[in-house]
Every structure is written in C-alpha cells, then in structure tokens.
Design a binder for this molecule. Structure first.
Ligand code: MTE
Ligand code: CO
Length: 389
C-alpha cells in the first residue's frame, strides 16, 4: 500500500484494554456490529402483528442451518407462553387407549435428530403477478432449516394403539388460533416428529415451545406449534386451513387441494438486493440455498445471463428434506448480470421458470410459487428483483 494503514501501524483499543470477562452474557448474543441482521416484517401485508409474518434474513446467512433467533415467524394468534409443566399432549379418536402425555412422559420415548427445512406454502406468494418485493429476505424468507430433536410420532400412536379404520390425524395447537390441520396416516407413520429441541436448544417460544409437530418436506402450515391435541379419524377434517386457505385456484376456476409437498426450489442469496455487489469486477462469490420436499437436491444450475447459459454450482451440506448451500465462484467482468438458479431434485423435478409456472397454474394462486428468481445486478453493483422472459 502507498499510505501506511493505521489499522496495521497503530495500537488499537481492543488490544490496549482488557475485554469483558466470562459470564457477562450468560446466554450469548450476536456481535453489536451485526445488529442489522434481524427478522423483518412488511407492515402492509397484515393488519395486525398478532396474526402476521416476518422473514428470515437469508441475504446475511451462510451454511445451511438457520440461527434460532433468526427463524421467520408465522403465527395466527400471537406467541403462546406455556409453562412446560402445564403442557399436555392428548391423543384420542380412533385409538384403543386415549392418552395424555406430559413433557416428562414424551422424553422417555426414543429420540431422533434430523435437519429439515420448513417453508410456508405462501413463501414467494407476493410474486405471482410479477416482481414485487426487493430482497430475498422478503421474496424467499418464509423458510428456516434446523436440526430438530424429537420423538417419532408413530411411537406415540403405537402406544395409543391406532384402530385399523384410522386414516387421518388432526393436529391442533395450543395457541389462541387453535391452528388445526389434517395429515394422512402414511405421512405420520413415515417421518413426522414431535420436536422439543431446535439446533440443540429448547424450541424458541416463537417456534412453538415447548413442542411442535415436524412434518418434513410438507407445507409449513402443517407443522403445528404448541402442539396439544392429536385426533385419529377416517377422513380429513376439511378445516379452514385446508379449504379456504392452502388450496390453489387455477385459471379455469378449479382449485387444487391437499397440495402438501413443497416443490423443488432455490434462490440466490448473494448477491441480492440487500447484499449488492459492491466490490467491483474480478473475483466474485455467488451463493444461495436449494431445497425440495421430495427429498435430496441432485443439482443446482446457475446462470449469470438470465437463463441463456447455465453452469453447475458446487453443493455443500444438505440432507433429505433439508436445505442445501450452493456456490458459484466466478470472475466478474463488471458488466450487468441477470442471475438465476435452478434446482433439480433426486426425483428429477426441475424448478420451473415463472412463465412456465404461470402457464400451468394461472395467476390466481398464493401458495406453492417455486418459480426461478432473477436478480438484476447493475454495473455499479446495485441489485434488483426483476423478471426476464
Ligand atoms: N401452529 C400454530 N399453533 N399456530 C400458527 O399460527 N402457523 C403455521 C405453522 N404452525 C401456526 C402454526 C404456519 S402458516 C407456518 S408457515 C409455520 O407454523 C411457521 O413456523 P415458524 O413460526 O416456526 O416459522
Ligand atoms: Co405458513
């Protein structure tokens, strides 16, 4: 360097004075310099904060695991505050023995640990009619990816003895919204968990403390928080959340129902509108997340020219029904870019362009928008949400 850098040549305060000792923060918090990295809501989306949503700051994260305090929140009746000593989980309906479990009872069943993504079916729902929200936090931030510890739900049902005619389960939450969803028995017996830990610590209140249902790969709405009741029956209950909500109105007026599985999807998190390319041309890291409710991600392709040419990204981490991190390291020539990513899962499902998605589904939908996202990076690095066709 031509000029001496005082950060190198001079003694700085943080080497001159002792820092705080141990126990200053018994439960750790992020650095004060990371105060920008927070969940954010879009005030005009909902009338009230008690039935609302905020978004995970995907643009500021790396790796695959979402930090517990940055998981987006979606609740319909505010955050229930429940003393675990007062919490009960009831199983009834078409069972041999109706049962009530305390938290201590649940912790005596064998536990498993799995990393899964949870995506709200309404994620990207504001983008059906065109590019709208400026930032992947808002376009794609209704997702988190956590390591859950919990008891496979089938162990609890085996304890209660499921009657042969039982084909569906109704799960109900203990919050003021009494959120209820019907789930088919094959899914329950396959991989659903009653979870009490996320990323090794107790569930956060916002995520359903003390227990939540984990329904891997399926609509986030089915992951009932503050889980308190499980009823076995021979048909789906057709509750509000599976009739008026979480159905997809097609162009011809017919509505798709029971679209439980979350489709294959990906998004570039850097660069993106909240994380522009400020460093100028040369060595550049492009990165993002990919996931599929069908299982594993096989491949992610990225394009820097709006989908004309594609190259295969490098995948890191990931698990079946969990999020993958992808990277594409390239030499930026300083000209404008149209960035896209396209995920393909192990079942061969390919993330569609927005044009193809609209041709199949029309523009009346809210849910299950897994279309390919485009970010326009200008020569000065400013990045915006756009569409190309
Ligand atoms: N469970 C209860 N009891 N109450 C709720 O409002 N919201 C659902 C689901 N489970 C909800 C609930 C919806 S729509 C989603 S997308 C997820 O929880 C959000 O989970 P999160 O808040 O951990 O992100
Ligand atoms: Co939701």
């Amino acid at each position: 360097a031509a000029e001496p850098d005082p950060l190198i040549t001079e003694v700085q305060d943080w080497t001159r004075y002792l820092g705080k000792g141990v126990d200053a923060t018994p439960y750790g918090l992020p650095s004060q310099y990371e105060s920008d990295v927070v969940r954010r809501s879009v005030p005009w989306l909902t009338a009230d904060a008690k039935s609302s949503v905020n978004f995970t700051p995907l643009y500021a994260l790396d790796g695959t695991i979402t930090p517990s305090g940055l998981c987006f929140e979606r609740h319909h009746g505010g955050v229930a505050v429940i003393d675990p000593a007062d919490h009960r989980l009831m199983i009834h309906g078409m069972v041999e023995r109706p049962l009530v479990f305390t938290l201590d009872d649940l912790k005596r069943f064998p536990r498993e640990n799995h990393v899964y993504f949870l995506e709200c079916a309404a994620n990207s729902g504001m983008e059906w009619r065109g590019a709208q929200l400026n930032g992947c936090q808002f376009t794609h931030g209704m997702i988190h990816n956590l390591e859950y510890c919990g008891v496979p739900l089938r162990y609890l049902l085996e304890e209660a003895g499921v009657k042969p005619q039982a084909k569906w389960l109704l799960a109900e939450g203990g919050d003021a919204s009494l959120m209820t969803r019907s789930i088919p028995m094959e899914k329950i017996m396959d991989d659903c968990l009653v979870a009490f830990k996320m990323n090794g610590e107790a569930l956060r209140p916002e995520q359903g403390y003390p227990i939540r249902l984990v329904v891997p790969g399926w609509e986030g709405n089915m992951w009932i928080k503050w889980l308190r009741r499980l009823e076995l029956g021979d048909r789906s209950w057709e509750q509000r959340e599976e009739t008026s909500k979480y159905t997809d109105l097609l162009a011809d007026g017919v509505a798709r129902r029971h679209t439980f599985v979350m489709d294959v999807k990906s998004v570039i998190t850097n660069p993106s509108p909240q994380a522009p390319l400020t460093h100028g041309k040369g060595r550049t890291v492009l990165t993002g997340l990919a996931w599929s409710g069908h299982g594993r991600i096989a491949k992610v392709d990225v394009s820097i020219d709006g989908g004309r040419n594609w190259s295969e990204a490098r995948l890191e981490g990931g698990s079946s029904k969990g999020a993958y991190r992808f990277y594409h390291d390239f030499d930026w020539d300083g000209a404008e870019l149209f960035l896209q990513s396209r995920a393909i899962d192990e079942d061969g499902n390919v993330q569609p362009t927005k044009d193809r998605l609209r041709a199949e589904r029309g523009e009346n939908s809210i849910y299950h928008n897994n279309g390919i996202q485009t970010w326009h990076v200008r020569a000065d690095g400013v990045t915006e949400n756009v569409e190309v066709s």
